[in-house]
Design a protein around this ligand. Structure first.
Ligand code: ATP
Ligand code: MG
Length: 337
């Protein structure tokens, strides 16, 4: 694996950084009303690297992912910053250019496999169509490659499953099919938005193993989105934690787990640990504020027991390229920690 920073700022002169999100702001844009939903998001994913993007519901993870694919919902736009993929600026691409990036350059899997699979068509036909839309290959070659990929992602009896309808497969198998379909085009980057959340723990674990194996074999870069830090811990090389539309901490996975700097990350970790042990504790009081409720200072201050008057100012990210935190009183960083 080529270890590449996904720190607050991408490493200068890095040639192997594949996906670079820099100072990203996403807003709802209606006549006379522009309201930010995601602000100042900077994350990069290196070649062959798995980066976990974590945060509670409503923190802006999916919008960030959709912006990478040029798939933001109607009325929602990138209003600042940039996203580049292998040096190509996604945020300045035309619809036609975006279509050619999706699939071969950047693949996506969603939480619900039925979002990507059409229930009316056999999975094989859908895979073949995905491939022939982007590559000039015969149907026979496409069929063979699709069956190979089904086998590759652990679908048993792939030649038989090729002719199944989506509803004939279990949730875990359907998710493997969507992974195989995304991988068929050999994307440089795979963006996975909570793809295992709806699956049982055993299936989830086998899919995490699969993604790890595929990253090693295909040298694919992965942005893995989850609200569950425990899942990200099993998978990611690096972690970016989002809260209320912004990144509050980045670092390598071991460091984030051993010594989180942001009090929000600490809270998320406690939640994950308690849940793992089956204990009924471990939650962060309150909830992620809606964008209309963001404080002008630190957006986490009203849930943080370390907040003081300094937190009335909006904190900037401090730290190194490898690990950064957006907090006036980071843990391990002074008397208040
Ligand atoms: N089309 C839209 N128009 C207006 N606001 C939106 C739109 N889509 C999302 N939002 C708001 O943007 C914020 C971020 O949403 P997003 O879906 O990115 O969160 P998320 O971190 O993916 O949450 P979850 O874990 O629930 O999937 C939320 O406050 C949401 O209500
Ligand atoms: Mg989401």
């Amino acid at each position: 694996m080529t270890a590449v920073s996904t720190g607050v700022v991408p490493p200068a002169g890095s040639v192997s950084t594949t996906l670079v999100i820099e100072g990203l702001e996403i807003s709802t844009v209606h006549v006379g009303d522009t309201r930010p939903l995601v602000t100042d998001v900077t994350v990069s994913v290196g070649s062959g690297e798995i980066v976990g993007l974590v945060g509670e519901s409503g923190s802006g993870k999916s919008l960030t992912a959709l912006a990478c694919l040029g798939l933001l919902p109607h009325g929602v736009r990138v209003t600042k910053g940039s996203i580049t993929l292998d040096g190509k600026t996604v945020t300045a691409a035309s619809e036609q250019e975006l279509r050619s990036l999706r699939g071969p350059k950047i693949g996506m899997i969603f939480q619900d496999p039925m979002t990507s699979l059409d229930p009316c068509f056999r999975i094989g036909r859908q895979m073949v169509e995905a491939l022939t839309a982007h590559e000039q290959v015969s149907k026979d070659v496409a069929r063979k490659r699709a069956i190979d990929f089904l086998g590759h992602v652990g679908v048993p009896e792939p030649a038989k499953r090729f002719d199944s309808f989506p509803h004939e497969l279990s949730g875990g198998l359907r998710q493997r099919v969507t992974i195989a379909t995304a991988l068929l085009l050999d994307p440089h980057v795979l963006i996975a938005d909570e793809p295992t959340t709806a699956l049982d723990v055993t299936t989830q674990a086998s899919i995490l193993q699969l993604v790890h194996r595929l990253r090693d074999e295909l040298h694919m870069s992965v942005l893995w989105i989850s609200h569950d830090l425990a899942v990200v811990a099993q998978l990611a090389d690096r972690v970016a934690v989002m809260y209320a539309g912004e990144i509050v901490e980045t670092g390598d996975t071991q460091q984030i787990f051993a010594a989180p700097k942001h009090h929000y990350t600490r809270g998320l970790l406690d939640c994950a640990t308690h849940r793992h042990r089956g204990e009924p504790f471990g939650f962060i009081d309150g909830s992620v504020p809606e964008p209309t409720e963001w404080a002008t200072g630190c957006r986490f201050a009203n849930r943080c027991s370390f907040a003081d008057s300094a937190c009335l100012q909006h904190p900037e990210v401090t730290g190194s390229q490898q690990s950064g935190v957006r907090c006036h009183h980071p843990r391990g960083g002074g008397a208040t920690s």
